[in-house]
Design a binder for this molecule. Structure first.
Ligand SMILES: [Zn+2]
Length: 242
């Protein structure tokens, strides 16, 4: 795949995010690991730009962001940092480039990230109970996230390093998706179709969980049941028969 094709693939998935009904307007963003060389300087990612409608995106509008840590971010209070936008080819990277960069840097097995403000995930992320406990294993498909519970990252302002760090905490232990308090969801995968499919699944689970909460709350699957599902998914991913 050429970089031009990777940029087009990113646009296709950003548009699909809205077409699937898991995002609206210019909210949300999508990224794909893209190294321009084998050297540390060449390690990076392609990400959708800030403030451009997805139906108007052209491959040249996609922004490449270096994987290298921003030295300004290391010693400074992350909440008070200016927005340090990343420009590339005249476009500014999505304001959430830090979450995408930090997730791809922390998790070499993942290569694509989808962040959306999907309706039910965002609504649940505003509940204190969900902020404390995440979405519990009320349905076996929760295990698709790589964990037995979809955690909710603590609130921090959009675009900040603090939000990125809260997200990494929520994904600790190998999870590939989490909610972001008072905000939405983020999901990752080994490629763009997987990351988008997981984002769609998390939104569907959030909708189901919201319904069960209005009906008095769900019964919860116990550990042995969820362990068995996680093992089955792991076998499925590695190509073994179920
Ligand atoms: Zn957002």
């Amino acid at each position: 795949m050429t970089e031009f094709q990777a940029r087009q693939q990113l646009i296709d998935h950003a548009r699909a995010m809205n077409a699937l009904g898991i995002n609206h307007g210019k909210a949300g963003n999508v990224s794909l690991r893209w190294d321009r060389s084998k050297t540390p300087e060449g390690a990076g990612l392609l990400i959708t730009p800030s403030a451009l409608a997805y139906d108007r995106l052209q491959p040249r509008d996609i922004v490449w962001v270096s994987m290298r840590p921003d030295p300004d971010l290391v010693a400074t209070d992350s909440e008070t940092l200016p927005d340090t936008p990343v420009f590339d080819g005249g476009r500014r990277a999505s304001s959430e480039w830090r979450m995408h960069r930090d997730l791809l840097r922390a998790r070499p097995e993942l290569s694509a990230v989808v962040h959306t403000h999907s309706r039910h995930a965002a609504a649940l992320s505003c509940l204190a109970k969900v902020q404390r406990e995440g979405i519990p294993p009320f349905h076996y498909m929760i295990a698709l996230s790589g964990a037995s519970r979809i955690a909710c990252a603590a609130y921090a302002r959009f675009g900040t390093q603090a939000l990125s760090e809260a997200m990494l905490d929520a994904l600790a232990g190998g999870a590939m998706a989490c909610l972001l308090a008072h905000h939405g969801l983020i999901a990752a995968g080994p490629d763009l179709p997987s990351a988008l499919a997981l984002a769609e699944e998390v939104e569907a689970l959030a909708a189901m969980y919201a319904i069960t909460l209005t009906l008095g709350g769900p019964a919860i699957l116990e550990n042995p049941a969820m362990d068995a599902v996680e093992q089955a998914f792991a076998a499925y991913r590695s190509g073994q028969a179920l």
